[in-house]
Design a protein around this ligand. Structure first.
Ligand code: FAD
Length: 393
């Protein structure tokens, strides 16, 4: 008798949930994505997709779709001190020399991931409010009164995850003391700007970065500024453009000049978490920010979420419903080895970028040698690593 296909319910249609949906479908698992908002959209601004994430997305068959909207990031990518003194190059390749970095508008990436799924995969207006399970099945409850049954439930519902409390004791995210002002500027407003460059300026307690998105039509900027008041974590929070410009007064004229072109910006309070005690409980597994919320100072939150989805798919492929609990435990053990490190390193890198150092020379040296760590990040092939892990356990 043929084995019954495993049914997965993914809660959350962000980059993590949609990537996981693609990866699971490819490996023969039935998937439904339940997303709380009425219309699927990734508002906000840019996201860097690095070789470790892009390699997996391309293997899902998304190479051409990504190439249409991604902005190549390469030439002229540099770190600077706040006055514009060059600190060193920013690595934009893996060790093989593959230039696998795209600057992407979040909405473009979200659309590419969603359009690759069959039409009935995503159910919007489904806010998860409860979870139950027994030895045979799991059940998710939604605010609209619906319930869904599945063999496996994946909590891809972000840093404020509703499902996290079914795995670990509830806790609040930790505030970093920093706020990110973010926005987009049409590239035509800055014709002299280096087209493919990811550029980062590092000052006292602050840093500023710029990279292209949407095939280079837009420049994505982020200004990281310290603040004592905990700011909301919301794309819709409109930032004060004058306050943003004042925060970077006296910096490299390129930064000051760019900020003069800003019409509107958004702000976003920066939070992360210490690694959770666990990511899984029976048939429920967490993924992405729900599992390992991290600061954005390595640009890896979304990339790690993509890796999570691929690893889950490798571990769930060919499993029967009765084998899911073991498969999820393997997923957790396998993934944590990497994400615990990335979470901690993202915090450390924030200190470098914010010049929280006794001497800037020491900081600059660490930045120069960070290329080794970046290679460790970028060279990684989660699919191959998960398959190799499986062959050993
Ligand atoms: C300033 C900044 C810059 C960043 N830059 C980068 C970068 O360059 N590269 C990178 O890799 N990462 C970056 N990140 C991190 C990255 O944005 C996140 O790690 C990533 O978006 C997490 O994806 P996710 O799918 O896990 O969660 P989310 O993107 O938060 O998605 C969660 C989804 O779940 C839905 N949801 C929530 N609750 C429920 C519920 N109860 N029921 C149903 N649905 C629900 C939400 O509506 C949302 O659609 C950055 C973050 C910040 C703040």
């Amino acid at each position: 008798m043929p084995t019954k296909r495993v049914r997965a319910a993914i809660v959350g249609g962000g980059i993590g949930g949609l990537s996981a949906a693609n990866a699971l479908l490819i490996r023969g698992i039935d998937v439904t994505v339940f997303e709380q908002v009425d219309t699927l959209r990734e508002v906000g601004t840019g996201v860097s997709i690095f070789p470790n994430g892009r390699r997996q997305l391309e293997r899902m068959g998304l190479k051409d779709a990504l190439a249409q909207v991604g902005a190549k990031v390469g030439d002229g990518s540099e770190y600077y001190r706040m006055d514009g003194t060059v600190v060193g190059p920013i690595l934009t390749t893996d060790s093989s020399g593959w230039n696998g970095v795209y600057g992407m508008h979040r909405a473009d990436l979200s659309r590419v991931l969603a359009e690759a799924l069959p039409g009935t995969t995503i159910l919007t207006a489904h806010r998860c409010v409860g979870f139950e399970q027994n030895a045979h099945v799991a059940q998710v409850k939604f605010a609209n009164g619906m319930t869904a049954e599945a063999d496996v439930v994946i909590g891809a519902d972000g840093i404020q995850s509703a499902l996290q409390k079914y795995v670990v004791q509830p806790s609040s995210p930790e505030y970093s003391g920093s706020r990110a002002y973010r926005g987009l500027i049409p590239s035509t407003k800055l014709p002299e700007w280096r087209k493919e460059a990811h550029q980062t300026w590092m000052g006292d307690g602050k840093h500023f970065m710029v990279y292209p998105v949407r095939s280079g039509q837009l420049l994505n900027y982020v200004g990281f500024v310290p603040t004592s008041d905990e700011t909301v974590e919301s794309w819709s929070a409109i930032g004060d453009r004058d306050e943003l410009a004042a925060s970077f007064e006296g910096w490299d004229p390129r930064v000051v000049g760019l900020l003069e072109k800003v019409d509107t910006c958004f702000w976003w309070g920066l939070y992360d978490r210490q690694p959770l005690a666990s990511w899984t409980n029976g048939r429920l597994a967490l993924l992405g920010d729900a599992a390992h919320a991290m600061l954005p100072h390595l640009g890896q939150g979304a990339n790690q979420a993509i890796e999570d989805g691929v690893a889950l798919a490798v571990f769930l492929e060919g499993q029967t419903s009765g084998e899911i609990v073991d498969a999820l435990q393997r997923y957790e053990v396998f993934r944590r080895e990497r994400t615990d490190i990335v979470q901690a390193e993202a915090r450390k890198n924030g200190l470098r970028y914010d010049s929280r150092y006794k001497s800037l020379e020491e900081r600059d040296k660490e930045i120069a040698s960070s290329a080794e760590f970046r290679k460790w990040l970028y060279d990684y092939d989660v699919e191959k690593a998960a398959m190799s892990y499986l062959s050993r356990v």
